[in-house]
Design a protein around this ligand. Structure first.
Ligand code: 5GP
Ligand code: ZN
Length: 121
């Protein structure tokens, strides 16, 4: 079941986590179980369960969120990288507070394939 803000892990990390950067209602943190050399998570400070609810963000705020993702990657020294959003349980989402994975450098391929949790034929 999706978390509610009062028991949401990422709401707690927004409030008291170790932030790599924070601005404008968004924070970036290091993933606790990195699947790549650089593995950051960008979280909106405001609780939204999943990317499905993107309409919860006015266009201007959605634009600032994308800019924050790009700025987080460049602040981490990444030129070439991946941005990943897992959407819903079958999309591999495990924490139901919208977040963007920023992944760069060398990957742990075993962890990557488990994280992607692809449904296969
Ligand atoms: P999801 O599978 O929902 O797309 O991604 C959740 C991510 O949150 C996972 O990559 C997982 O390693 C990370 N994560 C889970 N618990 C914690 C935590 O307590 N602190 C941090 N920094 N990351 C966490
Ligand atoms: Zn939350």
């Amino acid at each position: 079941m999706p978390s509610q803000p009062e028991n949401c892990l990422f709401c707690r990390l927004v409030a008291e986590g170790d932030h790599v950067r924070a601005a404008d209602g968004f924070v970036a943190i290091r993933d606790i179980n990195p699947i790549a050399e650089t593995h950051l998570l960008v979280l909106p400070a405001r609780h939204v369960d999943t990317f499905r609810e993107i309409d919860a963000f006015p266009d201007e705020e959605a634009g600032r969120m994308l800019r924050f993702v790009a700025d987080t990657a460049s602040a981490a020294g990444l030129d070439d990288y991946k941005v990943l959003v897992n959407v819903g349980e079958r999309g591999g989402q495990t924490v139901f507070h919208l977040h963007w994975h920023v992944l760069g450098g060398r990957f742990d391929v075993g962890k990557l394939s488990r994280a992607l949790e692809l449904e296969t034929a």
